[in-house]
Ligand binder design. Structure first.
Ligand SMILES: [Zn+2]
Ligand SMILES: [Zn+2]
Length: 416
């Protein structure tokens, strides 16, 4: 009993200490803008997947928005201004897939006439999060892959097959890095994926969505920046990043004077700073827990954790250094396991280097970006939503007639 009481007392001290660290975020420096405290992280804080509705951010609103935003985001029900970009984190997690966090994926919508939607990476679970938002499946035609790690492309078959069955009729365009050899590039990945999905595709014969299961791929350079997309007022450029070997890139989206930079997986890199040149509204930068924290959580020796964190990814402290150099209006720690053991220490380590506006991405954290403001909220979704269908470019009859039923079915089918 005594031991139990001592344990409870220790827990309370630790909890208060963590809470204190977070509350201590309000900067004391005179002359600097007051930064609001983050949502406190302690045992009583509800994270998004625990039912929490607050974004983990130092600054829910940067600037002065010209319109009112409801406290909780409902993307399908809200207007998007003609000059606005809305970024929704479809997957905030890492390679270790969890129900609480889908793997890597970021969705960017723009307020142009076409209401274009762009998907950057599609890790496992991303499509389920998209479906819950109840945005039109007919708009799911543009995917930009940062690299071909499974946690960044694991939902590609679902995106292609499932959303075609849900009502997409237009084919999908995929952009992704070239590789040092042909086999390592996005074109080879796409060709193999097409072959692997042959049964799924043929089974859609006679279905309106068969044309929506088709896709084309375009490679972007892995060794130099490039403009890779320019349509309807949107420009997307790619830039090389440092991640294990050649074949990983980040992307920058520009629309009506606002911009977002997304790194994908990378070590801290000057190429990211270059991509942020000229000013950027939102920088979404990958962040892994520091090596000691990672080692403890993953149950691996610290040396091994150092290899993962410091030679393939970015530690929280280094993310802080990048944020400082990049100077984005809002910086985002993303690809970080968001649980009570990690969030507090990761935030503090980043804060030792940077004191500007920062958000820790959870699944369905939403950023509304205009020239006036960056607004950060969490979205609510319908976990059992059926697909919403918008406009298609492809119309008319399905591509092919249904496949002929095998002869043996006639004798095997139960009809009464
Ligand atoms: Zn990776
Ligand atoms: Zn990754």
């Amino acid at each position: 009993m005594k031991k139990k009481l001592i344990f409870i007392a220790m827990c309370m001290v630790v909890t208060q200490f963590i809470t204190h660290l977070w509350a201590a975020d309000v900067p004391a420096k005179k002359g600097k803008a007051q930064v609001k405290s983050l949502t406190k992280i302690d045992k009583s804080t509800k994270l998004a997947y625990e039912g929490g509705t607050q974004p983990l951010t130092t600054t829910p609103v940067v600037g002065k928005p010209s319109r009112k935003y409801s406290p909780i985001a409902e993307p399908a029900a809200e207007p998007l201004g003609p000059e606005e970009i809305r970024v929704t984190i479809l997957g905030s997690g890492d390679p270790f897939v969890k129900r609480g966090q889908a793997s890597a994926s970021v969705m960017m919508e723009v307020g142009n006439e076409q209401r274009d939607i762009f998907f950057f990476d599609l890790g496992s679970g991303a499509v389920a999060n998209f479906d819950g938002l109840q945005l039109p499946v007919t708009s799911t035609t543009k995917v930009f892959l940062t690299h071909l790690h499974s946690d960044h492309m694991g939902d590609m078959p679902t995106f292609l097959g499932s959303l075609a069955k849900a009502g997409r009729r237009d084919p999908v365009e995929v952009w992704g890095p070239a590789g040092e050899t042909k086999e390592l590039g996005t074109l080879a990945f796409a060709q193999h994926l097409e072959t692997a999905m042959a049964w799924d595709y043929l089974s859609l014969s006679g279905h309106m969505g068969q044309s929506g299961a088709r896709f084309t791929a375009t490679e972007v350079p892995y060794d130099k920046p490039a403009t890779v997309y320019e349509r309807n007022g949107v420009r997307i450029s790619s830039f090389p990043v440092i991640h294990i070997m050649n074949g990983a890139v980040g992307y920058r989206l520009d629309y009506k004077g606002s911009s977002v930079v997304f790194t994908g997986d990378t070590q801290p890199s000057k190429t990211t700073i270059e991509a942020c040149k000229g000013g950027v509204d939102l920088l979404i930068h990958e962040t892994f827990p520091s090596a000691p924290v990672f080692a403890k959580k993953a149950g691996v020796p610290e040396k091994q954790a150092e290899l993962v964190v410091n030679y393939a990814h970015t530690s929280p402290a280094m993310a802080g250094k990048v944020f400082k150099k990049a100077g984005a209006r809002m910086s985002v720690m993303w690809h970080l396991a968001v649980d009570h053991d990690i969030v507090g220490p990761a935030y503090q380590e980043m804060r030792s280097q940077y004191d500007g506006p920062v958000t820790i991405a959870q699944d369905l954290t939403v950023f509304n970006i205009t020239r006036d403001a960056v607004v950060v909220r969490q979205a609510i979704t319908d976990p059992v939503a059926w697909p919403v269908i918008g406009k298609s470019g492809v119309s008319g009859a399905p591509l092919a007639k249904p496949v002929k039923a095998p002869d043996w079915w006639a004798g095997a089918l139960i009809t009464d």
